[in-house]
Design a protein. Structure first.
Length: 465
Protein backbone atom coordinates (compact mmCIF):
# COMPACT_ATOMS: atom_id res chain seq x y z
CA UNK A 1 0.00 0.00 0.00
CA UNK A 2 1.21 3.47 -0.86
CA UNK A 3 2.57 5.34 2.16
CA UNK A 4 0.60 8.52 2.84
CA UNK A 5 1.01 11.32 5.36
CA UNK A 6 -2.45 10.50 6.76
CA UNK A 7 -3.48 14.10 7.12
CA UNK A 8 -7.06 13.17 6.28
CA UNK A 9 -7.51 10.90 9.28
CA UNK A 10 -5.65 13.35 11.50
CA UNK A 11 -7.79 16.29 10.34
CA UNK A 12 -11.00 14.36 10.95
CA UNK A 13 -9.87 13.09 14.31
CA UNK A 14 -8.67 16.53 15.43
CA UNK A 15 -11.95 18.18 14.63
CA UNK A 16 -13.92 15.49 16.43
CA UNK A 17 -15.12 15.90 19.98
CA UNK A 18 -12.42 13.86 21.66
CA UNK A 19 -9.13 15.26 20.29
CA UNK A 20 -5.92 13.38 20.66
CA UNK A 21 -4.70 15.48 23.53
CA UNK A 22 -1.70 16.78 21.60
CA UNK A 23 0.20 19.35 23.67
CA UNK A 24 3.92 19.35 22.75
CA UNK A 25 5.83 18.86 19.43
CA UNK A 26 7.11 15.50 20.66
CA UNK A 27 3.58 14.41 21.53
CA UNK A 28 2.42 15.61 18.10
CA UNK A 29 5.06 13.50 16.37
CA UNK A 30 4.11 10.47 18.45
CA UNK A 31 0.45 11.02 17.65
CA UNK A 32 1.23 11.29 13.94
CA UNK A 33 3.16 8.01 14.09
CA UNK A 34 0.27 6.30 15.84
CA UNK A 35 -2.07 7.59 13.13
CA UNK A 36 0.09 6.10 10.36
CA UNK A 37 0.00 2.73 12.09
CA UNK A 38 -3.76 2.92 12.66
CA UNK A 39 -4.50 3.84 9.04
CA UNK A 40 -2.35 1.03 7.65
CA UNK A 41 -4.07 -1.43 9.94
CA UNK A 42 -7.53 -0.13 9.02
CA UNK A 43 -6.89 -0.32 5.26
CA UNK A 44 -5.91 -3.97 5.57
CA UNK A 45 -8.80 -4.82 7.86
CA UNK A 46 -11.24 -3.02 5.61
CA UNK A 47 -10.07 -4.84 2.50
CA UNK A 48 -10.47 -8.19 4.25
CA UNK A 49 -13.89 -7.15 5.61
CA UNK A 50 -15.02 -6.30 2.05
CA UNK A 51 -14.01 -9.75 0.80
CA UNK A 52 -15.70 -11.55 3.68
CA UNK A 53 -18.96 -9.55 3.54
CA UNK A 54 -19.40 -9.27 -0.21
CA UNK A 55 -18.61 -5.58 -0.51
CA UNK A 56 -17.18 -6.40 -3.93
CA UNK A 57 -17.62 -5.46 -7.59
CA UNK A 58 -16.47 -6.99 -10.87
CA UNK A 59 -12.77 -6.48 -11.59
CA UNK A 60 -12.25 -4.87 -14.99
CA UNK A 61 -8.65 -6.14 -15.04
CA UNK A 62 -9.84 -9.77 -15.06
CA UNK A 63 -11.19 -10.79 -18.51
CA UNK A 64 -13.43 -13.56 -17.13
CA UNK A 65 -15.09 -11.20 -14.66
CA UNK A 66 -18.79 -10.85 -15.41
CA UNK A 67 -18.96 -14.03 -17.48
CA UNK A 68 -17.75 -16.72 -15.06
CA UNK A 69 -19.67 -16.43 -11.77
CA UNK A 70 -17.52 -15.93 -8.68
CA UNK A 71 -14.41 -15.07 -10.68
CA UNK A 72 -12.71 -11.68 -10.99
CA UNK A 73 -14.03 -9.75 -8.01
CA UNK A 74 -12.37 -6.85 -6.26
CA UNK A 75 -13.41 -4.80 -3.21
CA UNK A 76 -15.69 -1.89 -4.12
CA UNK A 77 -13.92 1.48 -3.97
CA UNK A 78 -14.59 2.98 -0.54
CA UNK A 79 -13.68 5.85 1.78
CA UNK A 80 -11.72 4.63 4.79
CA UNK A 81 -13.73 6.72 7.25
CA UNK A 82 -17.29 8.04 7.09
CA UNK A 83 -17.69 11.66 5.99
CA UNK A 84 -18.85 14.17 8.56
CA UNK A 85 -22.35 15.41 7.85
CA UNK A 86 -24.46 17.82 9.95
CA UNK A 87 -27.34 16.04 11.69
CA UNK A 88 -29.76 18.85 10.80
CA UNK A 89 -29.21 18.36 7.03
CA UNK A 90 -29.40 14.60 7.45
CA UNK A 91 -32.79 14.99 9.15
CA UNK A 92 -33.97 17.39 6.43
CA UNK A 93 -32.99 14.93 3.67
CA UNK A 94 -34.70 12.02 5.43
CA UNK A 95 -37.91 13.99 5.90
CA UNK A 96 -38.01 14.76 2.19
CA UNK A 97 -38.05 11.08 1.16
CA UNK A 98 -41.74 10.30 1.77
CA UNK A 99 -42.75 13.68 0.32
CA UNK A 100 -40.86 13.03 -2.90
CA UNK A 101 -42.39 9.53 -3.01
CA UNK A 102 -45.80 11.12 -2.79
CA UNK A 103 -44.93 13.77 -5.39
CA UNK A 104 -43.75 11.14 -7.90
CA UNK A 105 -47.01 9.26 -7.47
CA UNK A 106 -49.18 12.37 -7.95
CA UNK A 107 -47.23 13.61 -10.96
CA UNK A 108 -47.30 10.14 -12.54
CA UNK A 109 -51.10 10.31 -12.58
CA UNK A 110 -51.09 13.49 -14.65
CA UNK A 111 -50.38 12.10 -18.12
CA UNK A 112 -51.08 15.42 -19.85
CA UNK A 113 -48.50 17.18 -17.67
CA UNK A 114 -45.83 14.60 -18.53
CA UNK A 115 -46.62 14.71 -22.26
CA UNK A 116 -46.80 18.53 -22.38
CA UNK A 117 -43.67 19.12 -20.34
CA UNK A 118 -41.65 16.74 -22.51
CA UNK A 119 -43.26 17.63 -25.86
CA UNK A 120 -40.37 19.79 -27.08
CA UNK A 121 -37.75 17.42 -25.66
CA UNK A 122 -39.29 14.57 -27.67
CA UNK A 123 -38.71 16.37 -30.96
CA UNK A 124 -34.94 16.27 -30.46
CA UNK A 125 -34.37 13.33 -28.13
CA UNK A 126 -35.19 9.99 -29.67
CA UNK A 127 -34.87 8.01 -26.42
CA UNK A 128 -37.28 10.21 -24.47
CA UNK A 129 -39.56 10.18 -27.51
CA UNK A 130 -39.74 6.36 -27.45
CA UNK A 131 -40.59 6.37 -23.74
CA UNK A 132 -43.29 8.95 -24.42
CA UNK A 133 -44.72 6.78 -27.22
CA UNK A 134 -45.27 3.94 -24.75
CA UNK A 135 -46.75 6.40 -22.27
CA UNK A 136 -49.10 7.84 -24.93
CA UNK A 137 -50.30 4.34 -25.88
CA UNK A 138 -51.17 3.70 -22.23
CA UNK A 139 -53.05 7.01 -22.08
CA UNK A 140 -55.05 6.10 -25.20
CA UNK A 141 -56.41 2.96 -23.56
CA UNK A 142 -56.84 4.69 -20.18
CA UNK A 143 -54.47 2.19 -18.64
CA UNK A 144 -54.64 2.36 -14.86
CA UNK A 145 -51.94 1.11 -12.53
CA UNK A 146 -53.80 0.14 -9.36
CA UNK A 147 -50.68 -1.04 -7.57
CA UNK A 148 -47.73 1.31 -7.88
CA UNK A 149 -44.24 0.57 -6.60
CA UNK A 150 -41.47 3.16 -6.47
CA UNK A 151 -37.88 2.51 -5.34
CA UNK A 152 -36.34 5.96 -5.64
CA UNK A 153 -33.19 7.77 -4.62
CA UNK A 154 -33.05 11.53 -4.22
CA UNK A 155 -29.49 12.89 -4.36
CA UNK A 156 -28.24 16.03 -2.61
CA UNK A 157 -25.11 18.08 -2.14
CA UNK A 158 -24.42 20.61 0.57
CA UNK A 159 -23.87 23.94 -1.14
CA UNK A 160 -21.14 25.83 0.69
CA UNK A 161 -22.10 29.19 -0.84
CA UNK A 162 -25.61 29.16 0.60
CA UNK A 163 -25.03 26.60 3.37
CA UNK A 164 -28.02 24.63 2.19
CA UNK A 165 -28.94 21.12 1.17
CA UNK A 166 -29.74 21.17 -2.56
CA UNK A 167 -31.15 18.37 -4.66
CA UNK A 168 -29.01 17.11 -7.54
CA UNK A 169 -31.67 14.85 -9.03
CA UNK A 170 -34.36 12.32 -8.28
CA UNK A 171 -33.84 8.78 -9.59
CA UNK A 172 -36.99 6.76 -10.24
CA UNK A 173 -35.45 3.90 -12.24
CA UNK A 174 -32.60 1.53 -11.37
CA UNK A 175 -31.69 3.48 -8.21
CA UNK A 176 -28.34 1.92 -7.62
CA UNK A 177 -26.35 0.61 -4.64
CA UNK A 178 -28.96 -0.11 -1.94
CA UNK A 179 -27.04 -3.33 -1.28
CA UNK A 180 -23.48 -2.01 -1.21
CA UNK A 181 -24.36 1.25 0.59
CA UNK A 182 -25.77 -0.73 3.54
CA UNK A 183 -22.52 -2.69 3.65
CA UNK A 184 -20.30 0.42 3.63
CA UNK A 185 -22.11 1.80 6.68
CA UNK A 186 -21.52 -1.57 8.34
CA UNK A 187 -17.82 -1.53 7.36
CA UNK A 188 -17.35 1.95 8.84
CA UNK A 189 -19.16 0.96 12.02
CA UNK A 190 -16.88 -2.05 12.38
CA UNK A 191 -13.74 0.05 11.85
CA UNK A 192 -14.86 2.70 14.34
CA UNK A 193 -15.83 0.09 16.91
CA UNK A 194 -12.21 -1.04 16.82
CA UNK A 195 -10.34 2.20 16.24
CA UNK A 196 -12.86 4.94 17.04
CA UNK A 197 -11.39 5.66 20.43
CA UNK A 198 -7.93 6.59 19.19
CA UNK A 199 -9.48 8.53 16.30
CA UNK A 200 -11.98 10.32 18.51
CA UNK A 201 -14.85 9.10 16.33
CA UNK A 202 -17.99 7.44 17.70
CA UNK A 203 -19.48 4.60 15.63
CA UNK A 204 -22.94 5.39 17.03
CA UNK A 205 -22.98 8.55 14.95
CA UNK A 206 -23.19 6.52 11.76
CA UNK A 207 -26.92 6.27 11.01
CA UNK A 208 -28.39 2.81 10.52
CA UNK A 209 -28.67 2.03 6.83
CA UNK A 210 -31.44 -0.42 5.95
CA UNK A 211 -31.52 0.31 2.23
CA UNK A 212 -31.12 -3.29 1.08
CA UNK A 213 -33.64 -4.70 3.58
CA UNK A 214 -36.23 -1.97 2.94
CA UNK A 215 -36.07 -2.28 -0.84
CA UNK A 216 -36.36 -6.07 -0.61
CA UNK A 217 -39.31 -5.65 1.75
CA UNK A 218 -41.05 -3.22 -0.64
CA UNK A 219 -40.58 -5.68 -3.52
CA UNK A 220 -41.98 -8.57 -1.49
CA UNK A 221 -44.90 -6.47 -0.26
CA UNK A 222 -45.70 -5.54 -3.87
CA UNK A 223 -45.82 -9.26 -4.59
CA UNK A 224 -48.19 -9.69 -1.64
CA UNK A 225 -50.47 -6.88 -2.85
CA UNK A 226 -50.60 -8.53 -6.27
CA UNK A 227 -52.24 -11.41 -4.40
CA UNK A 228 -51.31 -14.24 -6.66
CA UNK A 229 -49.97 -17.15 -4.65
CA UNK A 230 -47.06 -19.16 -5.96
CA UNK A 231 -47.75 -22.59 -7.36
CA UNK A 232 -47.67 -25.57 -5.03
CA UNK A 233 -45.02 -28.23 -5.55
CA UNK A 234 -47.74 -30.50 -6.92
CA UNK A 235 -48.75 -27.92 -9.52
CA UNK A 236 -45.16 -27.34 -10.53
CA UNK A 237 -44.75 -31.08 -10.90
CA UNK A 238 -47.90 -31.33 -13.03
CA UNK A 239 -47.43 -28.25 -15.21
CA UNK A 240 -43.70 -27.65 -15.29
CA UNK A 241 -41.05 -29.00 -17.58
CA UNK A 242 -37.28 -28.83 -17.77
CA UNK A 243 -35.89 -27.86 -21.17
CA UNK A 244 -32.73 -29.50 -22.59
CA UNK A 245 -30.63 -26.50 -21.41
CA UNK A 246 -31.93 -26.91 -17.88
CA UNK A 247 -34.48 -24.09 -17.87
CA UNK A 248 -37.57 -24.78 -15.75
CA UNK A 249 -40.71 -23.53 -17.51
CA UNK A 250 -43.96 -23.50 -15.60
CA UNK A 251 -46.86 -23.14 -17.93
CA UNK A 252 -48.64 -19.80 -17.56
CA UNK A 253 -46.43 -18.71 -14.66
CA UNK A 254 -47.55 -15.23 -13.68
CA UNK A 255 -44.98 -12.53 -13.10
CA UNK A 256 -46.15 -10.22 -10.32
CA UNK A 257 -43.39 -7.60 -10.09
CA UNK A 258 -41.16 -6.36 -12.90
CA UNK A 259 -38.11 -4.62 -11.47
CA UNK A 260 -36.04 -2.71 -14.01
CA UNK A 261 -32.33 -2.88 -13.31
CA UNK A 262 -31.82 -1.80 -16.92
CA UNK A 263 -33.86 0.13 -19.45
CA UNK A 264 -32.84 3.63 -18.37
CA UNK A 265 -30.30 4.18 -21.15
CA UNK A 266 -30.54 4.00 -24.97
CA UNK A 267 -27.80 1.34 -24.88
CA UNK A 268 -30.27 -0.98 -23.16
CA UNK A 269 -32.41 -0.99 -26.31
CA UNK A 270 -30.06 -2.18 -29.08
CA UNK A 271 -32.99 -3.25 -31.32
CA UNK A 272 -36.76 -2.92 -31.70
CA UNK A 273 -37.16 -6.18 -29.76
CA UNK A 274 -36.24 -4.44 -26.48
CA UNK A 275 -38.74 -1.64 -27.11
CA UNK A 276 -41.45 -4.25 -27.89
CA UNK A 277 -40.63 -6.00 -24.59
CA UNK A 278 -40.88 -2.71 -22.69
CA UNK A 279 -44.28 -2.02 -24.29
CA UNK A 280 -45.46 -5.56 -23.62
CA UNK A 281 -44.63 -5.33 -19.92
CA UNK A 282 -46.25 -1.92 -19.69
CA UNK A 283 -49.42 -3.33 -21.23
CA UNK A 284 -49.50 -6.13 -18.68
CA UNK A 285 -51.08 -6.02 -15.26
CA UNK A 286 -47.77 -6.83 -13.55
CA UNK A 287 -46.49 -4.23 -11.11
CA UNK A 288 -43.76 -2.28 -12.85
CA UNK A 289 -40.95 -0.68 -10.87
CA UNK A 290 -40.97 1.83 -12.42
CA UNK A 291 -44.09 2.20 -14.55
CA UNK A 292 -43.53 4.28 -17.67
CA UNK A 293 -45.05 7.27 -15.85
CA UNK A 294 -42.76 6.93 -12.82
CA UNK A 295 -39.83 6.61 -15.21
CA UNK A 296 -40.77 9.86 -16.97
CA UNK A 297 -41.30 11.72 -13.68
CA UNK A 298 -37.61 11.04 -13.00
CA UNK A 299 -36.39 12.90 -16.09
CA UNK A 300 -34.30 16.02 -15.65
CA UNK A 301 -36.89 17.94 -17.69
CA UNK A 302 -39.66 17.13 -15.20
CA UNK A 303 -37.33 18.04 -12.31
CA UNK A 304 -36.96 21.45 -13.98
CA UNK A 305 -40.71 21.82 -14.67
CA UNK A 306 -41.57 20.96 -11.05
CA UNK A 307 -39.24 23.71 -9.85
CA UNK A 308 -41.25 26.37 -11.73
CA UNK A 309 -43.53 28.58 -9.61
CA UNK A 310 -46.97 27.15 -8.73
CA UNK A 311 -46.35 23.70 -10.22
CA UNK A 312 -45.91 21.76 -6.96
CA UNK A 313 -49.26 23.19 -5.85
CA UNK A 314 -50.90 21.27 -8.69
CA UNK A 315 -49.82 18.00 -7.12
CA UNK A 316 -49.58 18.45 -3.37
CA UNK A 317 -51.98 20.01 -0.85
CA UNK A 318 -49.83 20.24 2.26
CA UNK A 319 -48.19 23.71 2.35
CA UNK A 320 -45.41 22.57 4.71
CA UNK A 321 -44.49 19.71 2.40
CA UNK A 322 -44.39 22.07 -0.56
CA UNK A 323 -42.14 24.49 1.32
CA UNK A 324 -39.79 21.64 2.31
CA UNK A 325 -39.48 20.45 -1.28
CA UNK A 326 -38.95 23.94 -2.67
CA UNK A 327 -36.21 24.63 -0.14
CA UNK A 328 -34.05 21.87 -1.65
CA UNK A 329 -34.56 22.89 -5.28
CA UNK A 330 -31.47 24.37 -6.88
CA UNK A 331 -31.78 26.82 -9.79
CA UNK A 332 -33.18 24.98 -12.83
CA UNK A 333 -33.93 26.46 -16.22
CA UNK A 334 -35.27 25.45 -19.59
CA UNK A 335 -33.12 26.63 -22.48
CA UNK A 336 -35.88 28.72 -24.01
CA UNK A 337 -34.89 31.21 -21.31
CA UNK A 338 -32.51 33.35 -23.43
CA UNK A 339 -31.25 35.36 -20.47
CA UNK A 340 -30.03 32.27 -18.65
CA UNK A 341 -28.41 30.79 -21.78
CA UNK A 342 -26.51 34.06 -22.17
CA UNK A 343 -25.49 34.01 -18.50
CA UNK A 344 -24.31 30.40 -18.82
CA UNK A 345 -22.19 31.22 -21.87
CA UNK A 346 -20.63 34.11 -19.94
CA UNK A 347 -20.05 32.18 -16.71
CA UNK A 348 -20.11 28.47 -17.59
CA UNK A 349 -18.57 27.43 -14.27
CA UNK A 350 -21.71 28.45 -12.41
CA UNK A 351 -23.89 25.98 -14.38
CA UNK A 352 -24.30 22.34 -15.38
CA UNK A 353 -25.85 21.45 -18.75
CA UNK A 354 -27.87 18.21 -18.62
CA UNK A 355 -29.44 16.04 -21.32
CA UNK A 356 -32.29 13.59 -20.55
CA UNK A 357 -29.98 10.75 -19.56
CA UNK A 358 -29.17 8.57 -16.57
CA UNK A 359 -26.17 6.72 -15.25
CA UNK A 360 -23.54 9.43 -15.02
CA UNK A 361 -21.05 10.83 -17.51
CA UNK A 362 -23.62 12.69 -19.62
CA UNK A 363 -23.46 16.21 -18.19
CA UNK A 364 -21.56 19.07 -19.77
CA UNK A 365 -19.38 21.52 -17.80
CA UNK A 366 -17.17 24.57 -18.19
CA UNK A 367 -15.66 25.25 -21.61
CA UNK A 368 -17.60 22.36 -23.22
CA UNK A 369 -20.82 23.82 -21.84
CA UNK A 370 -19.99 27.19 -23.40
CA UNK A 371 -19.21 25.66 -26.80
CA UNK A 372 -22.26 23.41 -26.75
CA UNK A 373 -24.63 26.27 -25.97
CA UNK A 374 -23.15 28.46 -28.72
CA UNK A 375 -23.44 25.58 -31.21
CA UNK A 376 -27.00 24.66 -30.17
CA UNK A 377 -28.12 28.27 -30.48
CA UNK A 378 -26.92 28.31 -34.10
CA UNK A 379 -28.71 25.05 -34.96
CA UNK A 380 -32.15 25.21 -36.46
CA UNK A 381 -35.21 23.95 -34.64
CA UNK A 382 -35.49 22.69 -31.11
CA UNK A 383 -31.92 21.52 -30.46
CA UNK A 384 -31.83 23.35 -27.11
CA UNK A 385 -34.92 21.50 -25.89
CA UNK A 386 -32.93 18.29 -25.35
CA UNK A 387 -31.20 19.90 -22.34
CA UNK A 388 -31.83 21.74 -19.11
CA UNK A 389 -29.51 24.11 -17.27
CA UNK A 390 -28.86 23.72 -13.57
CA UNK A 391 -27.17 25.90 -11.00
CA UNK A 392 -23.81 24.37 -10.18
CA UNK A 393 -23.59 23.32 -6.54
CA UNK A 394 -20.27 23.79 -4.75
CA UNK A 395 -19.83 21.47 -1.76
CA UNK A 396 -16.96 22.20 0.61
CA UNK A 397 -13.95 19.97 -0.06
CA UNK A 398 -12.25 17.92 2.66
CA UNK A 399 -9.31 15.52 2.82
CA UNK A 400 -10.26 11.86 2.59
CA UNK A 401 -8.54 8.50 2.44
CA UNK A 402 -9.79 6.71 -0.67
CA UNK A 403 -9.19 2.98 -1.13
CA UNK A 404 -9.28 1.65 -4.69
CA UNK A 405 -7.91 -1.69 -5.88
CA UNK A 406 -6.23 -2.29 -2.53
CA UNK A 407 -4.36 1.02 -2.69
CA UNK A 408 -5.01 3.85 -0.26
CA UNK A 409 -4.46 7.45 -1.27
CA UNK A 410 -5.39 10.83 0.07
CA UNK A 411 -7.14 13.56 -1.85
CA UNK A 412 -9.44 16.54 -1.56
CA UNK A 413 -12.98 15.31 -2.02
CA UNK A 414 -16.62 16.36 -2.15
CA UNK A 415 -19.64 14.19 -1.36
CA UNK A 416 -23.17 13.51 -2.56
CA UNK A 417 -25.78 12.01 -0.24
CA UNK A 418 -28.57 9.89 -1.75
CA UNK A 419 -31.67 9.06 0.28
CA UNK A 420 -33.61 5.98 -0.79
CA UNK A 421 -37.38 6.09 -0.74
CA UNK A 422 -39.72 3.12 -1.06
CA UNK A 423 -43.37 3.65 -1.97
CA UNK A 424 -46.12 1.12 -2.49
CA UNK A 425 -49.70 1.97 -3.20
CA UNK A 426 -52.73 -0.15 -4.01
CA UNK A 427 -55.54 2.09 -5.26
CA UNK A 428 -56.32 4.39 -2.33
CA UNK A 429 -54.27 2.45 0.18
CA UNK A 430 -50.69 3.62 0.73
CA UNK A 431 -49.08 0.37 1.87
CA UNK A 432 -45.61 1.84 2.32
CA UNK A 433 -44.07 5.29 2.13
CA UNK A 434 -40.63 5.25 3.72
CA UNK A 435 -37.23 6.77 3.88
CA UNK A 436 -35.21 3.60 3.22
CA UNK A 437 -31.55 4.14 3.97
CA UNK A 438 -28.92 6.17 2.19
CA UNK A 439 -25.97 6.20 -0.16
CA UNK A 440 -22.98 8.47 0.36
CA UNK A 441 -20.66 8.85 -2.61
CA UNK A 442 -17.39 10.72 -2.33
CA UNK A 443 -15.30 11.88 -5.28
CA UNK A 444 -12.08 13.74 -5.91
CA UNK A 445 -13.17 17.39 -5.94
CA UNK A 446 -11.59 18.09 -9.33
CA UNK A 447 -13.85 15.51 -11.04
CA UNK A 448 -17.17 16.77 -12.43
CA UNK A 449 -19.03 13.47 -12.61
CA UNK A 450 -19.88 11.28 -9.65
CA UNK A 451 -20.50 7.65 -10.69
CA UNK A 452 -18.99 4.82 -8.63
CA UNK A 453 -19.49 2.28 -11.42
CA UNK A 454 -18.05 4.81 -13.87
CA UNK A 455 -14.89 4.98 -11.69
CA UNK A 456 -15.28 8.60 -10.54
CA UNK A 457 -16.38 8.13 -6.94
CA UNK A 458 -16.01 5.80 -3.96
CA UNK A 459 -18.71 4.44 -1.66
CA UNK A 460 -18.91 6.16 1.68
CA UNK A 461 -21.19 6.59 4.68
CA UNK A 462 -21.75 9.47 7.06
CA UNK A 463 -20.84 10.45 10.59
CA UNK A 464 -23.37 12.82 12.11
CA UNK A 465 -22.01 16.01 13.63
P1 LIG B 1 -27.27 11.09 -13.62
O1 LIG B 1 -28.72 10.81 -13.74
O2 LIG B 1 -26.50 10.76 -14.84
O3 LIG B 1 -26.67 10.51 -12.35
P2 LIG B 1 -26.91 13.68 -12.29
O4 LIG B 1 -27.84 14.84 -12.43
O5 LIG B 1 -26.95 12.98 -10.99
O6 LIG B 1 -27.16 12.70 -13.53
O7 LIG B 1 -25.42 14.21 -12.56
C1 LIG B 1 -24.27 13.35 -12.47
C2 LIG B 1 -23.23 13.93 -11.51
O8 LIG B 1 -22.88 15.25 -11.89
C3 LIG B 1 -23.75 14.06 -10.07
O9 LIG B 1 -23.58 12.85 -9.36
C4 LIG B 1 -22.87 15.19 -9.52
O10 LIG B 1 -21.61 14.70 -9.11
C5 LIG B 1 -22.67 16.07 -10.75
N1 LIG B 1 -23.68 17.16 -10.76
C6 LIG B 1 -24.92 17.12 -11.30
N2 LIG B 1 -25.61 18.27 -11.11
C7 LIG B 1 -24.77 19.08 -10.44
C8 LIG B 1 -24.87 20.43 -9.93
N3 LIG B 1 -25.98 21.15 -10.11
N4 LIG B 1 -23.81 20.95 -9.27
C9 LIG B 1 -22.66 20.23 -9.08
N5 LIG B 1 -22.51 18.97 -9.53
C10 LIG B 1 -23.52 18.38 -10.20
MG1 LIG C 1 -29.92 9.76 -12.30
MG1 LIG D 1 -27.14 11.01 -10.42
Amino acid sequence: LAPTPHRAVASRAMSAEAPLGVTTPAAAAAAEEEMVAVVDEMVEEAAVWCAVHGLVVGDRAEPRSGTVPGVGLVHAPFALLPTRFPASFWKQACELAPIFNDLVDRVSLDGEFLQDSLSRTRQVDDFTSRLLDIHAKMMEVNKEEDIRLGLHRSDYMLDSETNSLLQIELNTISSSFPGLSSLVSELHRTLLNRHGKVLGLDSKRIPQNWAATHFAEALSMAWTEFNNKRKTLAQVEAEGQVLPDGTLVVDGQTVSVVYFRAGYSPNDYPSEAEWRARLLMEQSSAIKCPSISYHLVGTKKIQQELAKPNILERFLDNKDDIAKLRKCFAGLWSLDNEGIVKAAIEKPDLFVLKPQREGGGNNIYGHDLQETLVRLQKEQGEALAAYILMQRIFPRASLTHLVQGGVCFEDLTISELGIYGAYLRNKDKVVMNNQSGYLMRTKVSSSNEGGVAAGFAVLDSILLT
